[in-house]
Design a protein around this ligand. Structure first.
Ligand code: BG6
Length: 476
């Protein structure tokens, strides 16, 4: 008879956040400004001009937040370290107060039997390095990032086993250098590929150092993974889908996991004058960055169709929650996106596709043979605080449950899945969407217009996940 499908007994049931989105305390205890501290203050860049100056005040309320994690039974908490809190100038003199904050955070987690999962970089590069040499556009970044990482390895390597190197290099650099929606706000594909190449080298260098300083730890990047679908079985749509896989997914995943760029995409870029500049030693360094696991941030699949040479380029992205305001986007001659009529979407037009997660996990397993850690998965929605003080987020429970069911299927398929972090533990600041797009198990009583009292209120989904963890995923 069929063996019961189950999660491994040591499965890391987690939840996640990022420094800029939760901490606040943007200029306290010696912290320097990050690129996001500057960028969000330029009028018109974010929804209602929101920024992370205060965010959800996790810097001052981390004990209360961790107590809620412990009560829920969380086994792992993924958070990121703010580089300019550690090095206010990006390099040089270290800020001991910044290191102490994360000492306390990590110790508090461990005291509550919660495994810390430490992200080295979640987009908030020091503004000082942007001013000095253009941050990710200069190779100086590789060694400065390495030194920052080594500082963290030495300080926390005795207590932290799971590390994430770069968070969503693909998504972040796409918005930094193509759509101009993230700092430095550039529209230039050549600069995109150059900066990305530098980020790949920095990632590899940081992993090479990790092997030396934290030999028993596990490290991997978190990739914003949207598996591709073809819009139809027409060969030209199939080719568009192959192109999208190559340029949107394999470009990163191959480079991380195999240590080299996919050939077809690289050749195309060379012919179009867009390929990154290789220097002596680059190819060798990339092969030293092979991770222990692939971190997957999964929200949706994307469907592609044929795009003629004079076809669709960048379209506007929905950052308001007005359903239907997302525009198709593409690369002329290669592919363009097409809404998948078989899938429901969120109010931000993100396709809800639990089976797509199973497909993605299997693709990674077959192509790279590495363990996978889901470092983000969740639903951003409007939530309503009811008069009785509750938040009935059944839609979030449905979303998480259906995705966890597919994780269980993927494990039975042979995927080595080591953990699952929902995005996010508490509500937090969405980079571009303000506070109205909520993801948390815990509601934060604040909005764009007022910080209110920032009271923490567990939602219905908080209690649902509690029993999921308690039953090790048997009761979804
Ligand atoms: C990922 C990021 O892109 O998705 C998170 O790693 C982010 O930092 C999350 O918040 C959700 O995105 P958004 O735009 O809905 O806040």
């Amino acid at each position: 008879h069929e063996q019961k499908k189950a999660f491994p007994t040591d499965f890391l049931w987690g939840s996640a956040s990022a420094a800029y989105q939760v901490e606040g305390a943007w200029d306290e205890d010696g912290k320097g400004p990050s690129m996001w501290d500057s960028f969000t203050k330029i009028p018109g860049k974010t929804f209602k001009g929101t920024n992370g100056d205060v965010a959800v005040d996790h810097y001052h309320r981390y004990k209360e937040d961790i107590a809620l994690m412990a009560q829920q039974g969380l086994k792992a908490y993924r958070f990121s370290i703010s580089w300019p809190r550690i090095y206010p100038q990006g390099k040089g003199e270290v800020n001991e107060a910044g290191l102490i904050f994360y000492d306390q955070l990590i110790d508090e987690l461990l005291a509550n039997q919660i495994e810390p999962v430490l992200t080295l970089y979640h987009w908030d590069a020091p503004q000082a390095l942007a001013d000095e040499y253009g941050a990710w556009e200069s190779r100086e970044m590789i060694e400065d990032f390495n030194q920052y990482c080594i500082t963290l390895y030495k300080r926390y390597g005795d207590r932290v086993k799971y590390w994430v190197s770069l968070n969503e290099q693909n998504y972040n650099s796409n918005h930094a250098f193509i759509t101009a929606m993230h700092p430095p706000g550039v529209h230039d594909r050549k600069r995109f590929y150059e900066a990305n190449h530098i980020a790949f080298l920095a990632n590899a260098k940081a992993i090479e150092s990790f092997r030396h300083y934290v030999p028993n730890g596990k490290i991997g990047p978190s990739f914003a993974y949207s598996p591709s679908y073809p819009a139809s079985s027409q060969p030209r749509d199939m080719l568009a889908y192959e192109n999208a896989e190559e340029f949107q997914n394999n470009w990163w995943l191959d480079t991380y996991c195999l240590g080299h760029y996919p050939q077809v995409a690289l050749r195309y870029l060379e012919e179009h004058g867009l390929a990154p500049t290789f220097e002596k030693g680059d190819i060798e360094l990339l092969t030293k960055g092979i991770p222990d696991f692939v971190g997957v941030n999964y929200y949706q699949t994307i469907t592609y169709e044929f795009n003629p040479i004079d076809g669709v380029a960048e379209g506007k992205m929905n950052t308001t929650g007005q359903k239907g305001s997302n525009e198709d986007t593409g690369r002329p001659g290669l592919y363009k996106t097409k809404p998948n009529t078989h899938l429901e979407t969120s109010n931000w037009d993100w396709a809800i596709d639990p089976i797509g997660l199973r497909i993605g996990l299997r693709r990674i397993t077959s192509r790279y043979g590495l363990p996978v850690f889901i470092t983000e998965n969740g639903l951003g929605e409007f939530d309503k605080l009811e008069a009785d003080g509750s938040i009935q987020d059944d839609y979030r429970i449905d979303y998480l449950r259906s995705h966890l069911e597919q994780c269980r299927e993927a494990i039975a398929d042979g995927v080595d899945l080591i953990g699952y972090c929902s995005w996010s533990f508490t509500d937090l600041l969405s980079w571009l969407n303000g506070y109205q797009k909520r993801y948390g198990f815990v509601y934060i009583n604040r909005d764009e217009d007022s910080e209110k009292d920032m009271r923490r209120i567990p939602k219905k989904s908080y209690y649902w996940y509690q029993q999921v963890i308690e039953s090790n995923g048997e009761q979804l």
